[in-house]
Write a protein of this length. Structure first.
Lengths: 254, 302
């Protein structure tokens, strides 16, 4: 009961935070994705034609939805937890009888809420341009949720290690964005030379995008069982690592 | 019962600096306890360890019998902490800061609302409850931190320089609040640079210097060690040289001001009689410094 209240307090605080600044958190992804759909889907897509039997617009919709989930679940946790450290109100949590798993779950849930909310907004925008068949609803929802959890966890770890505001933008700019664009959002890995196809298999975003695409339109480059196993493995590894960092007090205790 | 029991507490930071060299400290339940020391003496490190903000290197800390390492959640449940620096979210309202803290302690929202109202009224902040905290004055921000620390009814309240930088009027009103909290049964540990504050509020005291406890006693016992009290006398007329009165140390500070050391066993009467006899008229008199301050400086070699 006590932990549930503490968890709810952190989650409510986090949701209130990103809703308070909704013009910064909700509006930009809606505009950006509308432009993606307009330029890549409608204007260029007509010339590109079909990929694996799906229209180019339908092919890129799952990846673009997940791009927004990835970037916003990550950004929410990394900026919020780093600000908490920077302004020292992390001490409010450290002096309280809140177990580490509740702190982690609270911040990750905040990131998941924002990721899913932005993802839902993007789904709404995409419906203005195309119809999404949703072949496997359960799988789509699962991947949607797991993606938000995975990248909220990654954002948390980034925030734990960050010593400056620069540190919270380096990973998203130089690692996350390239991985997202190279994760098969706009193309099928089958279109790449064999060497690059093998290199692409090391990119976790490839598994996520393909799983979600399979759920929505029934098209994938990757075996779904392998993809889900990879996603779950990443999540478990990041949870264990995050709890270890909190236990040791890395970045938050002296 | 002991509110706090520290044994052989040692802290060595990652850079090799040892801030605490195996200190021992006991604070009884219900006490108002002063922990004093110069800057960098180890006070904040000790408090940081007790409040789980800093990991200890060696030793044990027990709060109301609960071991800090083995039962940290029980220890945290007992402690309320008011830090030196402002450490709440400056974008939250005053009420939300207190409500969030109650939530972290597992207090249900309805109950938290009642407690927040009580604490904010006690700190004279109820009218500011919807104000975003960054808009508050320095004194109000400090009171927010006290209200936040009290919302879960801690048995041990730790105040790390709570009145630093606040004006004298607010400081006095905060003293009154702290006395009230202590009278209601909460044990208080206070660190402060205002030694007058410690002398006025605290019953027991420890002085820490260079990571070692150099004094741990009752406040009254410590003050009884004062052998000579120093006073500043303002004179009606100019003096060419200081008067000589047997048994008193007299130093002329300027032509109309004297500093007089009065031994504990001697009184004022003999001094004033002798000064009157020498034709010296005193217009006013004040303490050279706070009594505890003199002792403190002697102990830490200031």
């Amino acid at each position: 009961m006590r932990y549930r209240i503490a968890l709810l307090t952190i989650v409510t605080k986090e949701v209130r935070r990103f809703m308070r600044i909704w013009p910064q958190t909700m509006l930009p992804p809606a505009i950006t994705t509308a432009l993606y759909f307009l330029i890549f889907g409608t204007l260029m897509g007509q010339r590109i034609g079909d990929i694996s039997g799906a229209s180019y617009m339908d092919y890129i919709v799952p990846g673009i939805i997940l791009m927004s989930v990835i970037s916003h679940s990550y950004a929410n946790v990394v900026s919020s937890f780093y600000s908490t450290k920077f302004q020292r109100h992390i001490e409010e949590l450290l002096v309280s009888p809140v177990p580490n798993w509740v702190i982690l779950a609270g911040y990750v849930s905040g990131g998941v809420c924002r990721g899913l909310l932005v993802g839902t907004v993007v789904i709404g925008i995409s419906l203005l341009f195309t119809t999404i068949p949703v072949i496997h609803l359960g799988l789509s929802c699962l991947v949607f949720l797991l993606t938000a959890i995975l990248f909220a966890l990654a954002g948390f770890i980034n925030a734990v290690f960050a010593d400056s505001f620069d540190d919270i933008s380096i990973i998203p700019n130089f690692i996350l964005t390239p991985l997202t664009y190279l994760g098969g959002v706009f193309y099928s890995v089958d279109m790449l030379p064999e060497l690059w196809q093998k290199i692409s298999l090391a990119n976790p975003i490839l598994y996520i995008v393909n799983s979600f695409r399979y759920g929505l339109i029934g098209v994938t480059d990757i075996d779904i069982t392998v993809a889900l196993t990879m996603i779950m493995s990443f999540i478990v590894a990041l949870i264990i690592f995050s709890l270890y960092l909190l236990k040791k007090g890395v970045g938050i205790k002296q | 019962m002991k509110a706090l029991s520290i044994r052989n507490l040692t802290k060595t930071y990652g850079n090799g600096f040892t801030a605490l060299h195996g200190i021992d400290l006991v604070v009884e339940d219900g006490d108002f306890f002063a922990l004093l020391g110069p800057n960098g003496a180890g006070k904040s490190t000790a408090i940081g360890i007790i409040c789980s903000l800093i990991n200890l290197s060696a030793g044990t800390v027990r709060v109301f019998g609960h071991d800090l390492v083995r039962h940290s959640e029980k220890v945290k449940q007992c402690i309320g902490m008011v830090p030196q620096e402002i450490n709440f979210n400056q974008f939250e309202t005053v009420q939300n800061i207190v409500l969030n803290q109650a939530g972290y302690y597992g207090i249900a929202y309805k109950e938290a609302l009642v407690r927040a109202e009580k604490c904010l009224k006690q700190m004279h902040l109820w009218d500011q409850r919807h104000t975003v905290s960054r808009r508050l004055s320095g004194g109000m921000k400090r009171r927010v931190m006290i209200a936040r620390a009290l919302v879960h009814n801690p048995r041990l309240l730790i105040l790390d320089e709570p009145t630093a930088g606040v004006d004298i009027e607010i400081r006095r009103s905060m003293w009154q609040l702290m006395r009230e909290v202590n009278e209601q049964g909460t044990t208080i540990i206070l660190t402060t640079h205002y030694l007058e504050e410690a002398e006025s509020l605290c019953r027991n005291i420890a002085i820490i210097d260079k990571g070692t406890i150099i004094k741990h006693s009752k406040m009254s016992d410590l003050l009884a060690q004062i052998k000579v009290n120093h006073f500043i006398l303002d004179l009606a007329d100019r003096l060419v040289k200081p008067p000589v009165v047997e048994g008193y140390e007299i130093v002329q500070l300027d032509s109309q001001t004297l500093q007089v050391g009065i031994p504990g066993e001697k009184g004022f009467n003999q001094l004033f009689s002798e000064l009157t006899r020498q034709g010296i008229s005193v217009t006013s008199m004040k303490n050279k410094s706070n009594r505890l301050e003199s002792l403190f400086l002697d102990l830490v070699g200031g």
